[in-house]
Design a protein around this ligand. Structure first.
Ligand SMILES: Cc1cc2nc3c(=O)[nH]c(=O)nc-3n(C[C@H](O)[C@H](O)[C@H](O)COP(=O)(O)OP(=O)(O)OC[C@H]3O[C@@H](n4cnc5c(N)ncnc54)[C@H](O)[C@@H]3O)c2cc1C
Length: 438
């Protein structure tokens, strides 16, 4: 089975689709058009760049292979968290402390962008502040404490320490030993947010085309690029590729070198029936989003309508597990055994675009270096895509200083080529799964 057909199966039973009506349909591209900028992919990265560019008067067209928010952006865990998927130490070792601090500050700007856009464009996406990072044993608690102290000292980012004595007041679970709380991070309904951004982009004059997969880009005379879909053509001076793991699948010839730098990794979510509001509140009294600190992590949060949305489990084989619902339900009960009477109403999943070092991968391609790309959010892109779109838009308008901080990050292709990289990674993951248990 191809990644795209597994992916289609994985979206069928999504809480988000059931609770965010699609009020707009965007007609496919069926003519020959010209624009200043063509954006491939109407996820959060593409839409963020579209909004930024349209606000400065650029003519922007977004081409989307499926539906707006139909990729990772409309089905993720909804957790908008500080930082990147990799630890700051990876950024420090590659760029030095000064640039690592800039990257950290930009990750906080990403959180602000999210809230500013909700306010500016009247998007009600159920924003709830608060994020808990929790350790599942004493060793991990000590590591988390060390990290929390360093973040305060070096990055001037104080997080509240939750000691083993206090943990019971923060979460009604026997699984967690200690943790940290961040009031600035939080969670929301990602599909409501994504659809709201698309509507805002359209109001700003952006032309959005769904069911318009870009299959080829021709580099013509001068700087002009021509994008081809099944029923239309778009000529543009600049292109932004924001296609996530789908890009190499939909159009392998677009950027063959990009596909090797990311690996599609499946991750799965269940969402419970609605609970009595007080019962839901008692699970996580602060209503924060929660992640454990394991390498293969569980992430969960209460929804605005008092359900528990619980994600985790990864699959490196791009094979959908036979019963996502049952296995994720078991994970949920490990954290909250008291919920054994609660039914699971929804189960879905998707693929994250991990890089070897889990740092994001931004850059430029093409003869005239006018094809920009954003990928490699490694499961940590809900907020960061907003910043990524902003810095890509800045670069497209001649100020590439902030984009280049990210573009300087070095990335290795996954070893083993398309055929053997999966087995190699599965072995690697087994090692980390064992480490998580220690
Ligand atoms: C199950 C799951 C849980 C997650 N949980 C979290 C979380 O809690 N917190 C967090 O920070 N991150 C999370 N993530 C990651 C986060 O969702 C992503 O990093 C982010 O949404 C990536 O946005 P994007 O715009 O790059 O990609 P996408 O949203 O995937 O959008 C890419 C779009 O490009 C389109 N496309 C691709 N190729 C073409 C083409 N050739 N022509 C036209 N269109 C094309 C696709 O159809 C797709 O709609 C999760 C991801 C998943 C799958």
């Amino acid at each position: 089975m191809s990644l795209l057909s597994i992916d289609r199966d994985l979206t069928r039973d999504s809480y988000y689709v059931a609770t965010a009506p699609r009020l707009e349909a965007y007609a496919p591209l069926q003519e020959h058009l010209s624009a200043d900028v063509a954006i491939v992919g109407a996820g959060l990265a593409g839409l963020s760049a579209a909004i930024e560019l349209a606000q400065t008067g650029r003519k922007v067209v977004v081409l989307e292979a499926g539906l707006v928010g139909g990729g990772a952006s409309g089905r993720n865990g909804g957790q908008a968290i500080h930082g990147l998927a990799c630890d700051q130490s990876e950024i420090e070792s590659q760029l030095g402390l000064a640039d690592a601090k800039r990257v950290w500050a930009m990750s906080l700007e990403a959180l602000d962008i999210l809230q500013q856009r909700c306010a500016e464009h009247s998007i009600d996406a159920d924003w709830q502040p608060g994020f808990l990072s929790l350790a599942t044993n004493e060793k991990k608690a000590a590591e988390l404490r060390q990290w929390q102290q360093r973040m305060a000292e070096v990055y001037d980012y104080p997080l509240q320490w939750i000691s083993p004595q206090d943990i019971g007041a923060w979460i009604a679970s026997p699984r967690f030993t200690a943790g940290v709380h961040d009031p600035r991070s939080g969670h929301l309904h990602p599909l409501k947010y994504c659809l709201g951004l698309a509507a805002a982009a359209q109001k700003l004059g952006v032309r959005l085309c769904e069911q318009s997969a870009v299959t080829r880009i021709d580099e013509g005379e001068g700087q002009v690029l021509t994008l081809h879909t099944a029923s239309g053509q778009l000529r543009a001076q600049q292109v932004l590729l924001a296609g996530n793991v789908y890009l190499p699948e939909v159009a392998p010839q677009l950027a063959p070198q990009l596909g090797a730098r990311i690996m599609p990794v499946g991750t799965y979510i269940v969402c419970s029936e609605a609970m009595d509001a007080a019962r839901c509140q008692a699970l996580i009294p602060s209503r924060s989003a929660v992640c454990d600190t394991n390498f293969i992590l569980d992430y969960f949060r209460p929804t605005a309508d008092h359900r528990l949305l619980y994600g985790g489990r990864v699959s490196y084989s791009t094979m959908s597990p036979r019963s996502v619902k049952d296995s994720m339900h078991r994970n949920l009960l490990r954290s909250f055994p008291q919920l054994s009477d609660l039914g699971m109403q929804f189960a879905w999943g998707g693929f994250v675009d991990i890089t070897m070092n889990r740092a994001p991968d931004f850059g430029r391609l093409g003869r005239a270096r006018n094809i920009y790309y954003l990928q490699g959010f490694s499961g940590h892109g809900l907020a960061l895509t907003g910043l990524a779109g902003r810095v890509a838009a800045e670069a497209m308008q001649g100020d590439s200083e902030r984009f280049d901080v990210f573009a300087k990050l070095r990335h290795q292709p996954f070893p083993g080529g398309k055929l053997f990289r999966m087995p190699a990674l599965v072995l690697g993951m087994l090692y980390y799964r064992l480490k998580d248990m220690l």
